[in-house]
Design a protein around this ligand. Structure first.
Ligand code: HEM
Length: 119
């Protein structure tokens, strides 16, 4: 189950960086398509996350934090892309993206289920 979750967020991250560089190099149409596929992957990341949570019998505070952090990471990816498109500054959102991403991954690995339980 966490295989599917890991696959979807890794693909989402790749799509995010690809969409960003397509936008930077002025490739409007490929950027739009990549951003659309990325939005589909947001739903898949959230969907697989919820799927794991629904299999639990005891949802601890750490799980709630994991969900909030995961959604925050996704929110920051979307903010970076949308604000770049509007020509607005993105620095604050890039910083939040990296902080949220690192915390989400650490907490994901800390939680007991899944392939890895490192921290
Ligand atoms: C970009 C966003 C996200 C990243 C980078 C991420 C990352 C991770 C990682 C690294 C794991 C550990 C996998 C393993 O040990 O096999 C994990 C597990 C998990 N994630 Fe996410 N996640 C994200 C979004 C979400 C969202 C939105 C939700 C909920 C709606 C969610 C819910 C979960 C749950 C419930 C687990 C299982 C935790 C456990 O091992 O007990 N994640 N995630």
């Amino acid at each position: 189950m966490t295989h599917a979750h890991i696959t979807t967020w890794v693909v989402a991250l790749i799509l995010f960086f690809v969409a960003n560089s397509l936008f930077k190099s002025g490739k409007e149409k490929p950027y739009k398509i990549t951003h659309m596929i990325l939005r589909l992957f947001y739903l898949l990341v959230i969907g697989t996350g919820i799927w794991i949570v629904t299999s639990l019998t005891n949802i601890s505070g750490e799980y709630i934090a994991k969900i909030v952090l995961g959604i925050w990471t996704i929110g920051m990816m979307e903010m970076v892309l949308v604000r770049s498109k509007k020509g607005k500054p993105t620095k604050v959102f890039w910083i939040q993206f990296f902080v949220a991403l690192i915390l989400t991954i650490i907490l994901g690995l800390r939680l007991p289920l899944g392939l890895f339980d490192w921290f």
